[in-house]
Design a protein around this ligand. Sequence first.
Ligand SMILES: Cc1ncc(COP(=O)(O)O)c(C=O)c1O
Length: 392
Amino acid sequence: MMNIKEMDHTYIAPTYSRYNIVFEKGRGALLYDDSGREYIDLGAGIAVNIFGACDEPWQKAVTEQMGKLTHVSNLYYTEPDTRLAEELCRRTGMRKAFFGNSGAEANECAIKCARKYSFDRYGAGRHTVVTLKKSFHGRTLATLAATGQDEFHQYFGPFPEGFSYAEPDDFEDVKRICESESVCAVMMEMVQGEGGVHALSPHFVKQTADYCRAHDILLIDDEVQCGNGRTGTLYAYMQYGVLPDIMTTAKGIGGGLPIGICLMGDVCMDTLSKGTHGSTFGGNPVICAGALNILDRLDERLLKETADKGRYIREVLADTHGVVKTDGLGMMVGAELEKSADDTAAACMQQGVLVLTAHGRLRFLPPLTISFETLEKAMKIVKNVIENGVES
Ligand SMILES: Cc1ncc(COP(=O)(O)O)c(C=O)c1O
């Protein structure tokens, strides 16, 4: 009989390079493999498990809703998605929500909304979306095209046209593109994730937001990875002194189930009119009941704790020989190393700590609720691996 790894290799499309480990269960920041070995998780399923694995209050909210109503089509009203939309709007200053199933879909919705907003006001042609180099916006054709990394622009062409890429933190470059092309939106991650973890400069974000407002260009903020409390505020834009016209999020707000949300602000809240967009599972009652529970518990106390823990991670890394520099915001931290980040992550795994990598850097996205004690234990191991290079 084949084991799980052999079955995976036989039956699952080989799009992921997996570590040699089969996970069986988890609790909070701890995961257990099929031999019962414990790991401290500093990746949270790539910014998904913000309350850790198998979070009980979320499970309760989900299972209660499971017993009531699991799905009806979007032809009918339901309570969980409506309440989630209300709460998101109340806490963000945005005006309307569209629910989908993933970050990429949330960004597709944002791009469609920005293009239609411009079409409604100026007619066809003003459709370019400026994105930043090293950005990542998803794996659908349009969001791959939006992603400002050449390596994602292979194999699958033709890609949708109408995307131009500016240097991050270079307002003059954004302005140059806006002046030379017919631009409807500028789209950015306040903290770039897949690009290696880089927190954009506040001055750049503010200048770009002001320019966009003055020229009726929409500002789209992709908070799929950096949102939902991770940076120490509910959404990262709240630390940048700007209010985006469109904000997208996904990952952590779902508590471990798939969701993608596109929030639309004042100017474009009615742009996506009846029949212009949709999704079968969008606003699913079970997922939205869970997400509402997650959102309710992202309170001031947890946000402050997140900022403190993020500071602690940066401090440990700054005090580690072999770390060239750190970047990020809150509990979204990247570290450039003298050595290979991939080898270091593999060696940390051997020592029972899961860390991520992004663009040649180590990347830390722990559950926000990881205890200080567990975080300290994990960071001690990470520091030791970076300094003494334990064999992977
Ligand atoms: C900033 C950002 N946007 C979009 C996405 C795509 O999200 P999903 O994988 O849920 O489609 C990701 C995924 O990593 C992301 O980090």
